[in-house]
Design a binder for this molecule. Structure first.
Ligand SMILES: Cc1ncc(COP(=O)(O)O)c(C=O)c1O
Length: 400
């Protein structure tokens, strides 16, 4: 990317929808090079390429260690562009039933267009191998999975996928490149909902596909024709959010682990990949040692889960994750409600499951809110006099 004009330390926001060219011949040349590497002077129309969007794409490619990136209007736009770019009627795709709800329903839609969708527990290597079989086109992985937080061994999945002639696509939204780099572990394409941790401020929607230029180019082509394009202003804001990714992630991930430890110490069924009793703990330590900002707790029923959510005073009752603010959601009745009940249950999404995304508020504040919302203790507000026994627990939790 060329240096910014005026020596500006931040790139300008280039809002122009169209770009003039000095000669007709140069116009013809630009049409040929559009969608090339970031910074290629092929500008002619912002649905194809835009300098501010290109600045973001270049930054994201570097973060993930990829050659190229295409930024899209949302995470679903990125998943759509990546899948459409590499599937056709008759193609086989393997995915877990436990993926983000709209990814699941998008795959259902693709099945109606002649794509063979094979669902399996991708955290189980034997099940994954059986589902891939001898020939596959795409294996689509979320690790950690949304919302059960089970992991997939990326190196193993890449090996199996490549042996069957397919591409491994990894939705790295939960970890972000601050904690996990799927391309270095053998993935072919990495996908992001930038709406989450990379932007980190819950104030926009965006997505990205990252990987080798040749593979990203197919997603670029679909972005162009489907119009799933990111605008310059939004791209600039994502770039600003991404500058603080590392520090935000470090703090939020540490808080998530501490809250999970405190809940576990309270006897609550809690899951976080870095808890020693997590079924994929060993893999988590090798594959995503920096953790993630999401944990889950499983209460006994949907009613208990709703009551827990309604008692929160600091943590917002909202879907999404990876923001500077803590958010809690109930996948059963919101993000994953479109899945039939048996599919939800077999994917490990129970009626009592709560997904909690830790933000960067002081840990004591998050801890007091979450522990205070548990059934057994009166709700505790920050600054309010702690009920008897709570202080001891909070201290214990802080040490954990
Ligand atoms: C793991 C994951 N992938 C993709 C998406 C879709 O992202 P967006 O809402 O930006 O379209 C989400 C949204 O929650 C998600 O959690």
């Amino acid at each position: 990317m060329a240096e910014n004009p005026y020596g500006a330390v931040n790139p300008p926001i280039v809002r122009s929808s169209t770009f003039s060219y000095p000669t007709a011949g140069e116009g013809a040349r630009r049409f040929q090079v559009a969608g090339g590497a970031a910074g290629e002077p092929g500008l002619f129309y912002s649905r194809m390429d835009n300098p501010t969007v290109a600045a973001l794409e270049e930054h994201l490619a570097k973060l993930e260690g990829g050659e190229a990136c295409v930024a899209t209007a949302s995470g679903m736009g990125a998943i759509f562009a990546a899948l459409m770019g590499h599937l056709k009627p008759g193609s086989r795709i393997v995915a877990d039933p436990c993926v983000y709800g709209c990814t699941h329903t998008l795959l259902d839609k693709l099945a109606k267009w002649g794509v063979q969708v094979v669902r399996c527990d991708t955290s189980d290597p034997a099940a994954l191998a059986a589902a891939i079989g001898r020939k596959v086109d795409v294996v689509f992985i979320e690790t950690p999975m949304n919302p059960t937080l089970r992991l997939v061994d990326l190196k193993g999945a890449a090996k199996m996928t490549h042996a069957a002639g397919g591409l491994l696509m990894v939705d790295n939204t939960f970890c972000t490149p601050a904690a996990q780099k799927p391309l270095a572990l053998g993935a072919d394409l990495v996908i992001h909902s930038l709406t989450k941790g990379i932007n980190g401020h819950s104030d926009l929607l965006a997505g990205a596909v990252i990987g080798p230029a040749k593979l990203v180019r197919s997603a670029w082509d679909w972005r162009k024709d489907a119009g799933a394009v990111l605008d310059a202003d939004t791209a600039w804001h994502v770039l600003r959010g991404a500058q603080t990714l590392e520090v935000r992630t470090t703090r939020a991930n540490a808080s998530a682990l501490a809250v999970a430890q405190a809940l576990a110490a309270e006897g609550v069924r809690t899951s976080h990949p870095l808890l020693p009793n997590h079924p994929d703990h060993k893999l988590a330590k090798a594959q995503m040692p920096a953790g993630c900002c999401v944990l889950t707790l499983d209460l006994e029923s949907e009613k208990a889960a709703h009551r827990f959510l309604d008692r929160l005073t600091l943590v917002a009752r909202a879907v999404s994750l990876g923001g500077y603010e803590s958010l809690a959601s109930h996948p059963w009745s919101t993000t994953h409600s479109a899945l039939p009940e048996p599919a939800r249950r077999s994917a490990g999404i129970t009626p009592g499951l709560i997904r909690l995304s830790c933000g960067i508020e002081p840990l004591e504040a998050i801890m007091a809110d979450v522990l205070g919302a548990l059934e057994r203790r009166p709700a505790m507000r920050m600054g309010a006099k702690a009920p008897k026994g709570t202080a001891t627990l909070t201290m214990k939790a802080r040490r954990a």
